[in-house]
Design a binder for this molecule. Structure first.
Ligand SMILES: [Zn+2]
Length: 507
């Protein structure tokens, strides 16, 4: 007898669960073994009514339902339909299918199918990549297109047990569901030139999007920090298919997938977010906002207002491009290749760097504010942009460069440079490059001299030195230049963090 399968969510992914039924003598009752959760235990109470509603009858005596493998806790996905089909096959109401099938639905007393709240795509992927050669997935109509995103296995929609039985008796008669459509095209609503003045910040957004450089915008309220940050995500290219699927899996672990992701995501959690909601957690383990920003931008507005554990927890995942969560009986890895974009005020009142409005903060309050974000986290930012108030003439004149059109033209140039390097086995985007990788891309002698001088005179730390070179590489790429010239480095030096870098090490 080929397997009747359901699935459970564990460790951030779906595990296939085989449902075996055994009929015995004695008192009429349903016994469920194999670490079922409370939801699965309740499901058995609904089975007899659902089966009888569709004219199948329900066996008298003891019905034993065994969930295999036994050592994985079952939960996260409904096992109702798999249990029902297993009983139907065992009592002879349905022929035993030749190949295994995956069943993903809850049943009501009328025998109607209801979709899983989350995890449909994850379960379908598990079946599609299984060596067992699944014949198909049967689920509720609402999520059949989500299941159909999984390669290697057709997905079928059924409204009730009667339709499920018909499909299993003659699978050839069923039409597999079409996969979900991709999400909308790259947006054109937010343009860089909507931000008046702030040319250095607009260039910083382009450099950050080009090389994948974390960027921090600092300035008084009303200078357009979050406007620039939000436009940065629009500059990122459309997701490649592998990244889009990873992102869809993250969404599937949290709920239903509404569209196949296509654009780079922008996640902008509020500063009251908990470390768990930002990084992932819960039981079973679920991804957080960081993973929902995979392939796109994680924007933290008012960086110093975020809880310290949330911020500190970001450091390692951002370095690795993935977040690892460890609990007593469960561990999970979620993707976290997100570009960190943040904004902050220069001080609690916001006006420390303002030319006309005086700062009202006490020295003690100022010192406390600066300690809220640790040196090692600040060290993650390659680009640091000080934004001042916009001059009145910039508000009503033409926007001036750079515009979004200019950005896409320059970025296409940069991508060509990056692809050329990748083809030669060198580093592409500079955001995570090491010093050796950067030097190997071709750095002019005059630029090396300037870098040594800068390191000396500005007392750049080792990390500061590396950051300047990374940013300079991306600036050279935007210029379409294979060689990193002295002027690229000069421009990169404008984006270094001045306050703490030129002084004691922040390590
Ligand atoms: Zn202040």
């Amino acid at each position: 007898m080929a397997g009747i399968y359901g699935a459970a969510l564990h460790g951030g992914r779906a595990r296939l669960v085989r449902v075996e039924a055994l009929l015995g003598r004695g008192l009429s009752r349903i016994v469920l073994v194999g670490m079922p959760d409370a939801v699965a235990r309740e499901a058995r109470e609904r089975l007899p009514a659902a089966l009888r509603r569709h004219g199948f009858g329900f066996p008298k005596g003891k019905v034993l339902l065994n969930l295999v493998p036994a050592q994985i806790p079952k939960g996260g996905l409904p096992l109702d339909l798999a249990m029902a089909v297993s009983v139907l096959v065992r009592q002879g109401s349905l022929q035993s299918p030749v190949r295994p099938w995956l069943f993903l639905a809850e049943l009501d007393l009328e025998g109607r199918l209801h979709p899983p709240a989350r995890g449909t795509l994850l379960a379908a992927l598990a079946a599609g990549s299984s060596k067992l050669a699944f014949a198909g997935v049967i689920t509720a109509p609402e999520v059949a297109s989500e299941a159909a995103l999984a390669p290697g296995v057709p997905a079928y929609a059924a409204a009730d047990l009667g339709e499920v039985a018909a499909l299993l008796e003659a699978p050839g008669n069923g039409e597999p569901a079409a996969p979900l459509d991709p999400g909308g095209e790259a947006g054109t609503s937010l343009r860089l030139e909507d931000v008046r003045g702030q040319q250095q910040a607009r260039w910083a957004a382009i450099i950050a999007a080009t090389g994948g450089h974390p960027v921090l915008f600092q300035g008084p309220p009303g200078t357009g920090k979050s406007m620039v940050a939000r436009r940065l995500a629009e500059l990122l290219p459309a997701l490649d298919p592998a990244t889009a699927l990873e992102l869809a899996k993250v969404e599937a672990a949290l709920g239903r997938v509404r569209a196949m992701p296509r654009r780079a995501p922008l996640r902008a959690p509020h500063n009251t977010i908990s470390a768990q909601a930002l990084l992932g957690g819960g039981q079973p383990l679920r991804p957080g906002e960081l993973s929902r920003a995979h392939g796109g931008v994680l924007f933290l507005d008012e960086l110093p207002e975020f809880a310290r554990p949330a911020l500190e927890g970001l450091r390692q995942p951002l370095e690795d491009g993935e977040v690892r969560l460890q609990r007593v009986r469960e561990w999970a890895t979620f993707p976290a290749d997100a570009l960190l974009v943040a904004s902050c005020n220069p001080c609690p009142c916001g006006f420390l760097t303002h030319r006309r409005i005086p700062c009202r903060c006490t020295p003690a309050r100022l010192a406390q504010y600066r300690l809220r974000v640790s040196g090692p986290l600040l060290d993650r930012f390659d680009l640091f942009v000080e934004m001042g108030p916009v001059a009145a003439e910039a508000l009503d004149g033409p926007p001036g460069p750079p515009t979004s059109a200019m950005a896409s033209e320059r970025m296409a140039r940069a991508r060509a440079r990056q692809e050329e390097r990748c083809a030669r086995g060198q580093v592409g985007r500079a955001g995570r490059a090491t010093l050796e990788q950067l030097l190997a891309t071709g750095v002019a002698a005059s630029a090396r001299v300037l870098l040594r001088q800068a390191a000396d005179q500005l007392q750049l730390s080792g990390r500061g030195h590396l950051r300047c070179l990374r940013v300079a590489r991306s600036i050279a790429d935007l210029d379409g230049s294979a060689i990193l010239e002295r002027e690229h480095l000069q421009r990169a030096l404008l984006y270094r963090r001045v306050t703490t870098e030129e002084g004691a090490s922040t390590g």
